[in-house]
Each structure stands twice: as C-alpha cells, then as structure tokens.
Design a binder for this molecule. Structure first.
Ligand SMILES: Cc1cc2nc3c(=O)[nH]c(=O)nc-3n(C[C@H](O)[C@H](O)[C@H](O)COP(=O)(O)OP(=O)(O)OC[C@H]3O[C@@H](n4cnc5c(N)ncnc54)[C@H](O)[C@@H]3O)c2cc1C
Length: 408
C-alpha cells in the first residue's frame, strides 16, 4: 500500500516534486487539493494535528486498530522536527538539527522496529575549550587532558569530590553542575553554553536540564549510555512513510489546523502543536527557545570533524557543529554539517524548563483536561523537554488508553 499525501501517492508526488523543483512549495497548482472540498461523509474517527513523532505514532496505532484517521501538518513534509532528507549534494541531513535515537525502553524500540531496520550508532561529542577538543560529558580523560593529570578512576572520583561545591538543596541547573564538578569545570564547559543555548544563566534554569548530562570517572566517552542506540537505517522520513502507509490513514500537508478546524469533521482530535496556541494564548505565551540552522556542504572533504558533534561552549555565536555522515554512516566524497544558532524568535523548538513556565503550562493543562474529545500529546502540547523515545512512549500510552475506553 503506497503512502498517499494530499491525495497523491508518494512515488507520484516525488516525481511531481522533481519536475516542479522551482514551483512554489514544489507542488503545481492543479494538483493542490482543498481540504474544505472533502465531502462530509468522509468523517474520520480521529483528526491528528501534527505529523511529527507524536502524531504519526498515534495515527499508525489507531489505524491498525481499525480507526479512520486524518493527519495534518502545517509544514510541507511529515516527520516534524525529526524529518530528514537528502540535501542537494545527496547527503542525508536533518534540516531541524541532529536527531540521535536512544532509549532504554524495550517497548518503544520494539514498536519502531516494525517500521525500520537500524544502524548501530553511539554518539560522541567533543567540546572545544581554549582551542583544544575534550571529551564531553566530562570524564577521566577530560580531567587528565585539561589539567595535565594522570588520574585513575578512584583518583578521578576523589578529584570531583574535592572540587565539587555541595548544595543542601538542588533547585537549579547551577546547583546540579556546581555540586557535581565545581566552579572551574562549570565555567569552562557549562555556563556560557547554557547562556547561548537558553538565553539564561544556569541559575535560572530548572535542575532537570543540567541533570541530563552525566559526569564520569571512567573513560566512557559516549554521549548516551542507553540500552538501545541506533539510527533508522534509511533515515527517519522513510520510517515515518512506512508508519503512515496504511489504507485508513489520510495525510494532508501544508494545512494549518486553525485554518481548517471547522471544516474537518472528526469524532476526536489528537493535538500535538503548542498548547498555548490551541487556547489562543489566553493566559499569555509559553516561552520557547528557537534555533537558526546554518547548513553547509563541503565538497571533496570526506570528514570535517572527528566525531558527530563538536560543542563550542565559549566561542562563536553557534553552540555546536554536527557532521551528518557520522550519524548516518553514509559514504560520500563530500560532507555536510550544520551549525546551530539559538534564538528567541522563530519555530518553537524547546519548551524552557523553568518554574514560572511550568506554572503557566499547568493553567493550560487544566483547560486541556476540560476539553472534550481533544487529546494533547507531544513535546509542544505537553510543554515537555521530551526526547523522541519519550514522545513515542507518551503517544503509545495515549492510544492504548483511548482504545481501552472505546472498548469499555
Ligand atoms: C534541535 C533539536 C535536536 C533534537 N535532538 C534530539 C535527539 O538527538 N534525540 C532525541 O531523542 N530527541 C531530540 N530532539 C527532540 C525531538 O525533536 C522531539 O522529542 C520530537 O521530535 C517531538 O515530536 P513531536 O511530534 O512531539 O513534535 P514535533 O516534531 O515538533 O511535531 C509537531 C508537529 O506539529 C505541527 N503543527 C504544529 N502546529 C500545527 C497546526 N496548527 N496545524 C498543523 N500542524 C501543526 C508542526 O509543524 C510539527 O510538524 C531534538 C529537538 C530539537 C529541536
């Protein structure tokens, strides 16, 4: 069963896009279908707003349970922020920044494995401090190289114990960092990076942000230590296409929910966009952090940098550079990289984990609870700094609950 997007089968859509590369939105006017033209009798059981991880998992699960589903996205592609595509030089890139899949959840990994093969990949990150690259998260090698020491594991632990600044209460990200690695490492690796990334001082961010980054006394230089660390063998988008290729799923792209909500009849809605937008920012805007991505292709250069990502905590306006071929294993004579410039304007990428924001979110969450037949799931709808696997888990749980309720 081919995947149909905006009523056009995927192979036909790809051929059309190829011949209309320069047409507006890559789609000729005569093939554009208007959603308002959908006959009423085609009412769906579920309308899903947002074709990112959250929406696609819900669509697949519901369709497999026999429900008629329509999934829409205001962007011209599926996959949300995890969308990947070949750049004009033929390299598979992540337009919305590097996405590395990792999880400890057997359930999530087993579920996604129905739709993709995997490529084993353990992400490694180096941080440039004072012109030298050091393993990050900080480990024994980082300490030895930075301070010219020769610590073994026990003495590395003793070093952290000596420099750490104990805190009676861990409330902020600054508390987390100071109480684990002390002032010098905090200033060299964390403080400026955080200011760039979030536009805030470490002391203004919830503890959970810094708590995502471990400190190690051994030589483990992997960024993640999860049980399952793999990339979809042919990319995320191909996995998503496979998930959506179900006869009970209709996909409509370049379609904003708020422009079509009254003309799209559905018994239930699953909404994965920003929760404050859904309620017309009634209590004010929830703050999000955005990014500007600067993509670059380098011809006749097989490798740009030694690992997938290099962090620049102290220099440059960008936070990090990622080279995609490390992530994907693709062989190519050239290479493509992306630089990330954090900004407060643009697409909402990161909910900002702070106490005040959480309080504001809770007011919206209360409205969401009272909304009948509308379910909120995903990074933006739940205002959570979720990884992909957590979004998949949340979507699986939501659908299981809905199906149980329907069966009751
Ligand atoms: C730069 C960056 C790097 C990341 N790296 C990683 C990583 O390495 N590993 C990891 O596990 N996670 C990573 N993440 C997190 C990951 O992107 C998310 O957890 C996941 O993609 C969220 O899926 P989602 O479906 O909740 O949201 P999204 O992917 O944001 O999808 C929501 C969709 O809803 C659509 N939408 C919104 N409003 C409307 C509307 N009104 N009408 C129609 N459609 C609408 C949007 O266009 C979007 O496509 C990263 C995130 C970012 C920003």
């Amino acid at each position: 069963m081919p995947l149909y997007i905006n009523g056009v089968s995927l192979p036909a859509r790809r051929a059309t896009q190829e011949t209309n590369k320069h047409a507006e939105h890559g789609r000729p006017e005569r093939q554009r279908r208007y959603i308002k033209g959908i006959p009423l009798q085609m009412q769906h059981d579920f309308l899903i707003v947002g074709a990112g991880f959250a929406g696609i998992v819900c669509a697949e699960r519901l369709a497999s349970a026999g429900k008629r589903v329509m999934i829409i996205d205001r962007r011209p592609h599926i996959g949300g922020n995890a969308f990947d595509t070949y750049d004009e030089n033929g390299i598979l890139v992540h337009p919305y920044g590097p996405h590395i899949f990792h999880t400890n959840s057997k359930r999530v990994f087993a579920y996604l494995s129905h739709f993709t093969d995997w490529r084993f990949y353990e992400h490694r990150v180096l941080a440039e401090v004072g012109g030298t690259l050091y393993p990050f998260p900080i480990n024994r090698v980082t300490l030895n190289a930075l301070y010219g020491l020769n610590l073994d594991e026990v003495s590395a632990a003793a070093h952290f114990e000596r420099v750490r600044i104990p805190k009676s209460e861990i409330a902020t990200s600054e508390d987390v960092v100071l109480s684990s690695v002390g002032k010098d490492l905090c200033e060299k690796f964390f403080r400026n990076y955080t200011r760039k990334q979030w536009g805030l001082d470490l002391s203004e961010l919830s503890a959970g942000v810094a708590a995502r980054i471990p400190t190690r006394t051994n030589d483990d230089d992997r960024y993640f230590t999860d049980t399952y660390q793999f990339m979809p063998a042919r990319g995320y988008t191909e996995m998503f296409e496979c998930m959506l290729a179900h006869p009970k799923i209709e996909v409509e792209l370049s379609t904003d929910f708020f422009a079509v909500r009254t003309s799209l009849p559905a018994k239930q809605i699953i909404y994965t966009g920003p929760i404050d937008t859904y309620f017309d920012h009634r209590f004010g805007c929830l703050p999000y952090r955005s990014l500007r991505f600067e993509h670059e292709h380098l011809t006749n250069l097989e490798r740009y940098q030694p690992v997938g990502t290099v962090n620049y905590p102290n220099d440059h306006a960008y936070t990090r550079i990622t080279e995609f071929k490390h992530l994907t294993g693709q062989k190519h004579a050239g290479t493509s990289v992306v630089r990330e410039y954090p900004t407060c304007h643009g697409e909402p990428y990161y909910p900002i984990p702070r106490f005040d924001n959480e309080r504001l979110f809770k007011r919206y969450a209360a409205l969401a609870l009272a909304e009948s037949n509308v379910h909120f799931v995903g990074r933006l709808a739940e205002y959570r700094y979720y990884n992909m696997d957590q979004v998949v888990g949340a979507a699986l749980t939501l659908v299981e609950k809905q199906l149980c309720l329907a069966a009751a």
